[in-house]
Design a protein around this ligand. Structure first.
Ligand code: SF4
Length: 273
């Protein structure tokens, strides 16, 4: 297994995961899941974040399940290749909600190590939990967010994870992830991608808006205060009302209010007049 070491903006080192190996293990796990091949479960705790266990995932018109791994390089493995230094510093996984508790962070790191060290078992368990969610809800009546605090192009690595729900979605900082989906309308699963403004990718954001995509922007606006109606001439919808973007209009800004201890002067947070 060849590993690439990346210097992260905080000065520590993180390893680029061996995605080609993980892809092979994910495909084998799905084949074995479908044929009910026996396997040995290594991890006792669940992999999926259940609906209501995270404030973001609690907001949706259907129950939302999520895969919450350790953001950026915080586990030693780099899961956010398109991050900006500002978004990494401001990352919700470090500054807001339950993430400030170290046992929550440690659980995410342990889950990430499980993926890296035991990918076959990781995916057998993931498919089992997604199948249980499908059994519990109608596939059209639950949603799956595959990157709650990471930015992994799962559609290239383990697209089978999107075959359990009819409502899969993600936020990403990669224009390529977004355009590959737009340019591949015949794919066999539903995946809705919202591009996130990182502080430095506005040109990419405008390109996606012109392709009828949605772009998430964090505004320097306190909780409870109204968002602007338009940003740079694009209509703004309130992204804090719920997390699911699948019903948003084409070509819109998903406005979010800065939360936690985010530095409001960061390039990642947009000031409005
Ligand atoms: S890309 Fe998203 S999850 Fe990753 S560091 Fe930036 S804000 Fe956090």
């Amino acid at each position: 297994m060849q590993l690439e070491v990346i210097q992260n903006p905080h000065g520590s080192h993180s390893i680029a995961p061996n995605w080609s190996h993980i892809r092979l293990e994910a495909a084998k796990a799905f084949k074995d899941h479908c044929s009910a091949e026996p396997w040995t479960r290594i991890r006792k705790a669940k992999l999926l974040t259940e609906p209501g266990a995270n404030t973001k995932l609690a907001k949706g018109f259907v129950p939302i399940y999520g895969l919450t791994l350790a953001p950026a390089g915080s586990s030693g493995y780099q899961l956010c290749p398109w991050r900006s230094p500002e978004c990494e510093r401001a990352c919700l996984g470090i500054t807001a909600g339950r993430s400030k508790f170290s046992n929550v962070r440690e659980a995410r790191i342990a889950k990430t190590h499980y993926l890296m060290q035991h990918p076959y078992e990781f995916f057998r368990q993931l498919y089992q939990e997604l199948a249980a969610a499908r059994e519990k809800h109608n596939p059209a009546h639950f949603a799956f967010r595959s990157n709650v605090l990471s930015d992994i192009p799962w559609e290239s690595i383990a697209p089978e994870m999107y075959w359990f729900s009819w409502v899969n979605y993600d936020y990403t900082k990669s224009l390529n992830r977004c355009l590959n989906l737009v340019d591949n309308p015949k794919r066999a699963y539903v995946l809705d991608l919202t591009l996130s403004f990182s502080g430095h990718n506005w040109i990419a954001c405008e390109m996606y808006l012109h392709r009828r995509g949605k772009v998430a922007v964090v505004f320097n606006i306190p909780k409870g205060e109204p968002l602007p109606e338009f940003y740079k001439d694009w209509p703004v919808v309130d992204g804090d009302n719920h997390d699911l973007r699948i019903d948003d209009p084409s070509g819109c800004i998903v406005g979010l209010r800065a939360k936690g201890s985010i530095n409001k002067a960061s390039a990642f947070v947009v000031s409005t007049p």
